[in-house]
Design a protein around this ligand. Sequence first.
Ligand SMILES: Nc1ncnc2c1ncn2[C@@H]1O[C@H](COP(=O)(O)OP(=O)(O)O)[C@@H](O)[C@H]1O
Ligand SMILES: [Mg+2]
Length: 425
Amino acid sequence: MEYEENHVLSPDRKLTEAEQSLVWKKPASHRTSVEERRICKEVKRNWQRGEMKIATILLEGDAGSGKTQLAKALSADFGLPYTKVTCFADMDKTDVIGAILPVIASERLAKLAPEDGQLLQALYESDGFQSATHVLSALLNISSEEAAVKAKRLMKLAVEQAEGDTVEYRFYPSEIVNAFRNGYLLEIQEPTVIRDAAVLMALNSALEPDGSINLPTEVIHRHPDFVAIITTNRGYAGVRPLNEALRDRVQHTEKMDLPGKAVMIERVTAKTGYLNTRVMDVLADTILLLDQTARAHAIKGVAGMRSFFFWTDAVACGIGAKESLYHKVIYKLTTDPDEIKLLEEALERRGLFAALDAAEADIEAVLEAERGEERTARSSPDEEAIEIKSWGAIDSRAAGCRQGRRRNRVEEVRRQRRGRHRDFR
Ligand SMILES: Nc1ncnc2c1ncn2[C@@H]1O[C@H](COP(=O)(O)OP(=O)(O)O)[C@@H](O)[C@H]1O
Ligand SMILES: [Mg+2]
């Protein structure tokens, strides 16, 4: 379902082609959540209200609850380019502001190790639209944290090579500065991990409503369209809370929990194309109980939407629900035998192992029905037409495997004919 209402914040603004390409395009599998609707309404309502403008938002909650996707969806809703900064423990001020790089002569460049020389050359040739970290991370296909470390090493190398005779310096603004100056939507992922207080202070002042950032080259002011979305996982053991001053800058907050069962199933269906709601219902209950049990016993791993996607996909492709439960869900939570036992006991008490057996039997019954359908279809061309039509509809949503699609197809045909719903618990 597309979100129809218009929440573009600055309809008259002209984005460049490069900027336009950064505006997120919602995939067909995206489902608009209540949180997305609420934020859109709130931000739009206050956009022209001066001091009441809402432009710093906090999404705090469970891993996999959809924080990043919500930030991206808001980029689409607001018509703003999406950029992100993934925070890491050793972030320093150059990661917030940007870095100065001396431009060294090509004969000096040639004295460096070939890879370093090439990387520096690539940085000199970049158009300044992206941060040094971004350029390196895209070029080498590495994480932004690794790229930040590499960028710093290259800076150091360039300074050493220059041996004091540099005439030119280039400034590479950070992703944060780019978004701040040009009016993009910036997701700030997990600022809780930042250790250096000076970095937090720099971030805080950037988030002031009429803030400015002091660069070595100039002072830049906050673009009126700059929107910051802070995303953070709540309260796992060992995770520090969000810095209080940063939290205080926030003008709207959403508590992002693992979505309810209906939404979980809706998202899984949208992503995998699997349609057997009776089976997904049991898988969702299992995930929810494991999530609850893991929290109660301070088990570190996560049982959430990501496990649910991959588990359903495996089940849809004919891998046993109980067997894949371990590889897609339980071992991701823990591989400690005592903890596994705790989780198994919880499932047993709630009758979920029996329900999973019944789900497997149900899948088998669907398969059996499929054989029957195929036999009937061979003797009745009309019904074949129904089947192909429904398969096509599901196939376009990219069901992961042929067998799964065939089962879906049979499920669909059965539903169309009988609309029957059976609960096997
Ligand atoms: N509104 C949504 N509609 C469909 N799928 C979603 C939605 N929100 C999240 N998802 C899916 O759930 C998974 C986890 O979402 P993500 O945004 O990465 O979670 P988080 O950032 O909270 O850890 C992703 O695979 C994502 O595509
Ligand atoms: Mg995320």
